[in-house]
Design a protein around this ligand. Structure first.
Ligand code: ADP
Ligand code: MG
Length: 148
């Protein structure tokens, strides 16, 4: 596990800057796991990342749909998963995981711990962004590279 970035996010502008930096590390076929409590800023980060990729559609939290996909103007898709309500890890296959990986889509996954077994099997190499809220309302962001 290698630490790639660590910084404080004091504003939405900092989230936008982080998204620009992370986008350069997320090539076609790349997978980014997003870890952090409710309210840590995971969905907000995905919205910022979508803007970096030139996506103009409004990115909403796929809390009930579990997955949303957005075409990237330069090619491929950004697929946004929110697994908070996933009943079992295997359910991730029903959300088109294998197809998305075969297509070389970029995947961002909120609540990856809900499907850890499947992700360890299917995506041993991935990035993980950890967002934590500290007591003063500031956010800490840490990006690591994982090889299971
Ligand atoms: N960098 C930031 N600075 C200020 N507010 C933020 C930041 N990131 C997220 N927020 C706010 O925090 C709230 C929760 O963010 P959200 O992305 O929905 O969290 P999560 O998806 O982790 O539950 C939203 O109101 C959002 O606008
Ligand atoms: Mg969210």
């Amino acid at each position: 596990m290698a630490l790639l970035l660590s910084r404080e996010l004091k504003s939405l502008a900092d989230t936008a800057t982080l998204a620009a930096d992370v986008s350069a590390l997320l090539p076609s076929g790349g997978v980014l796991l997003l870890t952090g409590d409710l309210g840590a800023g995971k969905t907000t980060f995905v919205q910022a990342l979508a803007r970096v990729f030139g996506i103009t559609r409004t990115v909403t939290s796929p809390t009930f749909t579990l997955a949303n996909e957005y075409p990237i103007p330069d090619g491929g898709k950004l697929v946004h998963y929110d697994l908070y309500r996933l009943a079992s890890a295997g359910g991730l296959y029903d959300l088109g995981l294998e197809e998305a990986l075969e297509n070389g889509d970029r995947l961002v996954i909120e609540w990856p711990e809900k499907a850890q077994a499947v992700l360890d099997l299917e995506v041993p190499h991935r990035l993980r962004l950890r967002l934590t809220l500290n007591g003063t309302g500031c956010r800490q962001a840490e990006l690591t590279e994982e090889n299971v």
